[in-house]
Ligand binder design. Structure first.
Ligand SMILES: *Cc1c(COP(=O)(O)O)cnc(C)c1O
Length: 355
């Protein structure tokens, strides 16, 4: 760090993204990307003309994309805001509603929440998950802070019911409840229907996981129009052209191809079932996942060792050093071939270990 860096940024503990190795070809099951390409309609939409238009700024209101999203989800356009990845809109939410009253989130959840909090100097209340990693809704009642819940949670994959989310919102009438639904398309029930009834619920989504656009960086949030206006106030104070032209066009095409969306997410769900079943046969404890990954621990090999052995065999998974989850690895669900390769590699590793 340079000697010019101010105190607050110099004490920041940045987010650690999963590895994106550029040297050799791995079977990449470590960052919850899709194994499938984007919809063919996305490739068709990014035309020569679109590229020529790159000389112009993008639409700061992202009207066309927001309109498609609003129609798709049955909302008004003023209930939607788009962002440069959902990380961006999450960060705006932390700044908007967390800086005065603080924020509450789980001990085991998306690793960016503590980073945003530190970035903005927000006071954090950590709410430990139960022994089985589930959330006890009552732990969040009347907590006097913004509440942030990843649902399904990461990296556990566990789902909280819409009823429980509703109770959390009801019991925090003076605070915003952010529901980060990055993985909801893989089988969970969304809290989206609640946003017309509760003015304090913000639902955050991404195109990175279920719509194959992680590299395009596109996320969005849906909620009461006043919450969306708050977020727009910040966006226009920070980066009005936050979504680039090509991404806006790609996102619109992806939303309009429901067939591709459903086909690919159903394949992921199938492959998740295959992976869960086969890991359990090998003695793994696999948490019931509603996401495009499974969180699993072996009764024979520790998490870090498994991660390293798989890497040696050309397969990347994610291991987290946190004490409570250090026995586990998080495995992204890929295509069928990739999951078969994973299972057979794990079989070999376990055999080698028992020699
Ligand atoms: C992947 C992920 C995000 C971030 O997604 P981007 O849209 O790629 O920024 C947000 N929240 C959770 C829980 C995630 O797993």
């Amino acid at each position: 760090m340079s000697r010019f860096l101010a105190k607050a940024p110099s004490s920041l503990l940045p987010y650690t993204p999963g590895e994106q190795p550029q040297d050799k070809q791995y079977i990449k099951l470590n960052t919850n990307e899709s194994p499938f390409p984007p919809s063919p309609k996305v490739l068709g939409a990014i035309s020569q003309n679109e590229c020529k238009d790159l000389r112009l700024y993008s639409d700061p209101d992202l009207k066309s994309l927001s309109k498609s999203l609003a129609e798709y989800y049955g909302l008004e356009t003023n209930q939607v805001i788009c962002s440069n990845g959902s990380d961006e809109v999450l960060s705006l939410a932390f700044f908007a509603w967390g800086t005065d009253c603080g924020v509450a989130f789980a001990d085991i959840t998306y690793g960016f929440y503590p980073v945003f909090s530190q970035f903005y100097g927000i006071d954090v209340k950590i709410v430990p998950l139960k022994e089985d990693f589930s959330i006890l809704p009552q732990d969040y009642y009347n907590c006097g802070r913004m509440v942030v819940i990843a649902n399904p949670n990461a990296p556990t994959g566990l789902l909280l019911s819409v009823d429980d989310i509703e109770k959390i919102a009801l019991n925090n009438p003076d605070n915003v409840v952010v529901v980060d639904e990055a993985y909801i398309d893989f089988g969970g029930n969304s809290a989206l229907p609640l946003i017309n009834k509760y003015k304090n619920i913000l639902v955050v989504r991404t195109f990175s996981k279920s719509r194959q656009l992680a590299g395009a960086r596109l996320g969005f949030a849906m909620g009461d129009k006043e919450l969306i206006a708050d977020l727009n106030r910040l966006k226009f104070s920070f980066n009005p052209y936050n979504v680039n032209r090509l991404t806006a066009v790609a996102g619109k095409a992806a939303i309009e191809d429901d067939e591709w969306f459903n086909e690919t997410r159903l394949k992921i769900i199938d492959n998740r079932n295959y992976t869960t079943e086969n890991l359990r046969k090998l003695g793994f404890d696999v948490i019931e996942s509603s996401a495009n990954f499974v969180f699993a621990k072996s009764n024979k090999i520790d998490g870090e060792k498994l991660y390293l052995s798989l890497k040696e065999k050309g397969i990347l998974v994610r291991h987290f050093g946190l004490e409570r989850i250090k026995d586990y690895v998080r495995i992204t669900i890929g295509d069928k071939n990739q999951m078969e390769a994973l299972i057979s590699a794990i079989k070999k590793i376990l055999q080698e270990g028992s020699l």
